[in-house]
Design a protein around this ligand. Sequence first.
Ligand code: ASP
Ligand code: MG
Length: 422
Amino acid sequence: MKVFKFGGASVNNADAVRNVVNILNNYADDDLLVVISAMGKTTNALEQLANAYFKHEDYTSILKSIIEYHFDIINDLFDDSHNHIFEDINKFFCALSHKLSQKPTNNFDLEYDQIVVYGELLSTKIIHHYLKTTGVWNIWFDARQVIITDNSFKEAKVNWKLTTDEIEFSIASKYKDGEKRIIITQGFIGGTPNGISTTIGREGSDYSASIFAYCLDADEVFIWKDVPGVLNADPKYFEDTTKLDSISYREAIELAYYGASIIHPKTIKPLQNKNIPLKVKSFIHPEEEGTIISDIDHADGLVPSFIFKKNQTLVSISPRDFSFIAEDNLSDIFKTIADIGIKINLMQNSAISFSICIDENKYRFENLISELQKDYKVKYNHNLELITIRNYDQQTIDKLVNKRDIKLEQKSRLTVQLVVEG
Ligand code: ASP
Ligand code: MG
């Protein structure tokens, strides 16, 4: 069987939904589990709704626009006003309105999850019913019953033991009778063992697909995107990007780690563990090959790939008395950084100084500087850019640095990272 994942951009209007259904029809002989995100920018809108609700502000116009957006799509897709979709969608909006009519607890993350899950519930119901009207029998499944998490709301951690058991019990069994099955379910959402809704972190639907694939021992996973596959650079910033045809799990994880927005970084591990290939394909040109991420061991991606992180700050830390940076200083510094919750994008040390490159965040930065200044001399530069190049060559470095001043450079066999003026 195959696991498919469709993101918000692939279902952002009625024509997009028709396109997804066409793609599903191209796989008429396969058992499919289809993971779908909320339509378009619905999750952002629901976030705003959750914020307003929690702050006791007037949220009616936000709610209204979410309702209208979905009804516009439904009215376009369904001719028959007696279709069950209307009843199902009304039920979800009634439940959401009921939730909003109650007083929030003081736990924002909990409240957020109870509201934001509706994006995926709505989108999957629409696709489920629309597929049926085109004659394709399929099952709608509530992922909250099987993706079992802890209660760290908004970033819930998957309980693999319970999730595997639930998926085996409720989903795997459905594929075993030899009939072709299509199951439509949600990305991004889960539930606690007590049945309280959770979400697993923004952009988490890729990870959901990977969890299902792992638990179902899928043959392959397809992530359908608005780009032709995994590209060597972000097409938002570069015109001449190259598609990578085939990369290893390792390369995919490295690229995601450095910040390439290809797939959610947590997606690869479960697939690698069971050697399930992942295909990244275009929903605009589904006939094209896309990128395959798998267990290949040759030196893949000879094409240089590059990732930019803007708004970086470089902080250099030295002992006040010109003594060496030693292990005890480092452990001190790391503790401070971890306590403040800063993520290091790059680090380097010399005899008497230790440098880190971090994302700009005024509050955390000020906190860090005031803590460090108690014991160290601290220097910093704002407005920098961190460039990471995998499979680098000098020509690519020169092109990307573009004569700017290099503040820091770090090279390994396959990767070079450069901090330059922004
Ligand atoms: N709908 C969620 C989001 O926008 C999850 C996802 O799209 O992966 O973050
Ligand atoms: Mg999305």
